[in-house]
Design a protein around this ligand. Structure first.
Ligand code: HEM
Length: 569
């Protein structure tokens, strides 16, 4: 049969040839893809974990509202003691809960790459400290960590006090009603960051910190949704969705604030002004004593390092854990003892270390990491005080012991004496860690200590702090709020990596000491003025882990002004 005849009988068009070849091409690609991942499959097969569906694994478990996804994943992985693997479609996710394994992961200089989900942060945080990696991350970490050195933080104490007093005044508006304290905590933590790390006055921001905080919360919802949705993970499909437009609007608010912060600070910098503009305004009005950001001597540094270690604890982590916020290498001399944005601008002025985009990315990162986490931590703390009245009695007794009937601002020394409050804060961060999951993508195999397991390169490893911190082999009655879990003797007998709310190792939280100091001043100021009540119990909490751990129903509490203590004779 000639070709002419064949054409008459069979419809051969270019598109039919394309479809004819599509299936074998796909099968060929699939075979290659699976072969290239055979190392991953081989090692994954040896890891324990709940059984998923063929091909899609546990993909269906990550659909639905954030609170139910969180519960399902925790429930399914709970049947497994130290380690649980799950396939989320083609992605291998391994949860580790044994402190020995957590140590291997977090203390390593090798496993420092963040998991692929962090890329959704890029339009917002760019290559900021939270998500960058390699040489860039190392250089910027080295630059930024000293700006959260204790000597810099001590110069923020007046501003912490002043802003905490402002919250106390704002809270009067609630007058004994039940309300969501997270709104107040968010606004306060944004404003405190602006005035301290950023060094600008909150008054120069015509949009309120609350509006920024609200936009951040909505952004987190979108990012979390993207990490759960197989469709929205795709960049192209995402740009066609309504979430893309919503994200654009939210980023306008978020970046609007940070752009303005940098503009103000740059203008002041050009005029030769250094240090917090808010502090200088207050000083001009004689509200506070002059700032004292002076360089410490070697001896003072050593003393500071010791002071940060309070009865077996070192500002939010086990005493035995050390990172670049603790070690003396941080002693980088007077010039570098500058607050965060001052140092960034100075470095940019002096050379090629940072360009404008990089400054912006780091400012966005610190604004996000520095406010949402502490807002959640302080809101959980107040909720728990409201529920556990006996524990609140002890915190208040300690504060009365320290301050007597005086309403003077707190000093650094006072914060060191808030030992019971420190334990309550630790216990809050144990049971309700604001960062509930710490995830890394492995570029090398990871051999575990808890059993004969090797997690293959290419997998995502997740430390679910929310579960690690409730390990019944480590904590007696892990689901009961008990600040005595942080008594020095109990702490000393525990694996250091059994409590890592601020992560640990080279990628630990640079704001750990800042957060602990600020939380103590903010929360002690509130409890010196109000008693907290709650109509709910912990069993009523609907936990929602959309990047930051929150209560879905809001952090509802009631406040009663405390009666002034009778003046001592
Ligand atoms: C209670 C408060 C806080 C908690 C529980 C917390 C927790 C954490 C955790 C768990 C990480 C590691 C995240 C990961 O590996 O994915 C982290 C990283 C980070 N945190 Fe915090 N944080 C808090 C407050 C702060 C504050 C106040 C700041 C800044 C002022 C801050 C800045 C950062 C930065 C920049 C990183 C990235 C560090 C790096 O990768 O080198 N955090 N934080």
């Amino acid at each position: 049969m000639s070709l002419e005849v064949l054409k008459d009988h069979v419809l051969i068009s270019p598109s039919s040839v394309f479809y004819f070849l599509l299936l074998p091409t796909f099968l060929l690609w699939l075979t290659y893809w699976r072969l290239s991942r055979r190392h991953l499959y081989k090692l994954a097969d040896r890891l324990p974990g709940p059984k998923g569906l063929p091909i899609i694994g546990h993909l269906l478990d990550v659909f639905g509202p954030a609170s139910s996804v969180f519960k399902t994943v925790i429930r399914k992985s709970s049947e497994f003691e130290n380690i649980a693997k799950m396939w989320i479609g083609p992605q291998l996710v391994v949860f580790i809960y044994d402190p020995r394994d957590v140590e291997i992961l977090l203390s390593s200089q090798v496993y420092i790459d963040k998991s692929s989900e962090y890329k959704f942060f890029k339009p917002w945080l760019g290559e900021g400290l939270l998500i960058s990696t390699g040489a860039k991350w190392r250089a910027h970490r080295k630059l930024i960590a000293p700006t959260f050195h204790l000597n810099v933080l001590k110069s923020f104490i007046d501003l912490f006090n002043e802003n905490s007093q402002l919250v106390v005044r704002k809270l009067r508006a609630e007058g004994g009603k039940t309300f969501d304290c997270h709104d107040y905590m968010s606004e306060a933590t944004v404003e405190i960051l602006l005035e301290t790390a950023m060094g600008v006055s909150k008054k120069t921001q015509d949009k309120s910190g609350y509006e920024y905080a609200l936009a951040v919360m909505k952004m987190c919802d979108i990012l979390h949704l993207r990490s759960r949705s197989i469709l929205l993970r795709n960049e192209f499909i995402f740009t066609l969705s309504r979430y893309y437009h919503e994200q654009g609007k939210l980023l306008n608010i978020i970046h609007g604030l940070t752009t303005k912060v940098i503009k103000h600070k740059k203008a002041a910098f050009a005029n030769g002004t250094r240090g917090s503009l808010a502090q200088q305004e207050a000083t001009a009005k004689k509200i506070t004593p002059p700032p004292t950001p002076k360089a410490a001597t070697k001896e003072e540094d050593l003393k500071n390092t010791k002071e940060t270690s309070v009865e077996g604890l070192s500002f939010g982590q086990a005493e035995g854990l050390k990172d670049d916020l603790d070690v003396e290498e941080n002693d980088v001399g007077e010039k570098k003892r500058l607050a965060f944005l001052d140092l960034l601008l100075e470095s940019a002025q002096n050379g090629a270390l940072l360009n404008d985009t990089e400054i912006k990315e780091q400012v966005d990162t610190i604004m996000f990491e520095g406010h949402d986490t502490t807002a959640a931590g302080s809101s959980f703390f107040l909720s728990l005080m409201g529920i556990h009245q006996g524990i609140q009695d002890r915190v208040i007794a300690e504060l009365d012991e320290i301050f007597g009937d005086s309403d003077r601002p707190a000093t650094f020394q006072d914060t060191l004496e808030m030992k019971y409050m420190e334990r309550c804060l630790m216990e809050t961060l144990r049971m309700y860690p604001p960062v509930p999951l710490i995830a890394r993508e492995l570029r090398e195999d990871l051999k575990l200590a808890s059993g004969p397991y090797v997690i293959p390169r290419g997998a995502t490893v997740t430390v679910a702090t929310v579960k690690l911190h409730r390990n019944p082999k480590v904590y007696e009655n892990p689901n009961i709020f008990n600040p005595d879990n942080f008594l020095p003797e109990r702490q000393a007998n525990r694996h250091y990596y059994a409590f890592v709310p601020f992560s640990a190792g080279p990628r630990s939280c640079v704001g750990r000491k800042y957060a602990m100091l600020k939380l103590k001043i903010l929360l002690s100021t509130i409890l010196r003025n109000y008693r907290v009540y709650s109509d709910l119990t912990e069993a009523d909490f609907k936990l929602q882990a959309d990047i930051i751990l929150k209560r879905e129903e809001g952090f509802r509490v009631r406040l009663q002004p405390r009666q002034p203590k009778p003046k001592s004779k």
